[in-house]
Design a protein. Sequence first.
Length: 345
Amino acid sequence: MRDRPVYPFTAIVGQEPMKEALILNTVNPLIGGVLIRGEKGTAKSTAVRALAGLLPDRDVVRGCPCSCAWGDDGNMCPECRERASDGSLEMETVPMRVVELPLSSTEDRVAGTLDIEHAITTGRKRFEPGVLAKANGNILYVDEINLLDDHIVDLMLDAAAMGVNFVEREGVSYSHPSRFILIGTMNPEEGDLRPQLLDRFGLMVDVVSEKDEDRRTEILLRRMEFERDPEGFSEDYRGSQEELRDRIRDARSLVSEIEPGPDVLRAAVRIPLHLDVDGHRADLTLVKAAVAHAAFEGRIEVLPSDVVHVSNLVMPHRMRRNPFQESKLDLDELGTWAREQFRVG
């Protein structure tokens, strides 16, 4: 069966904050994922599904249901560790992909299940992988995440934060690596996430439909052309896709070389304090996102201006607000304040 054609990422008109939030997470997956909020028909799902085409292939253990990374002996599932001891591991190269979580998923479907009867009768654990196993090393996409049960969202966020999925049934436990980029999309008209869950997403962006007539026309023309000839349309954007893919690859290699200086750390601390944000997760996320932004710009030096730039993605969903106040960061106000504080131009 042929794969369904995917709209090219670089062909998406507008929605620059959303595209940047997705790219920053691919450059540095430790940022903690992204939540995309917006009305229907604003290219949320299109952008997420197109993202996989920009990511590098992965070297994994052949036949592993958890897609354990090849060479990462300290982060393998029990079966791969057992096979490694007798030298039977083989490598294969696979593309990164988008793993979608169905809205009706149960906890067993997400985390996986243990065959308790098999464990009792044989003394060996038999694990049936769930979505978190399939998502390891990939992108986990949850559409309408606000409609999921809170404990399912908690389960995914815990795995995303720790990089490990723990399953325990009737006193029998099992764990496997589960490192993925979590991307959730939602329409706020259908309800919001609890603030405690919002805070655990690294970045958040609000998207709205395009208001400019010419840009709306361009969106229409491109979509019609893609539906008429998906292969030809994708070929037209092959060059820009490869250019962006190379830029992301180079940025990923730069992240480990970047060491934030005192000025950057000071900016990452002062912005949350200035905006009266609780906790320390925002501070750390500002640094990680600023490092990713510097790397994407091709620099090995991260600046306070990088922190200010990414703050519109890091801070809005963490700011205190009442039920009648929009979660929108005043960039003009923040920019004026930041220039005074950090001499940002």
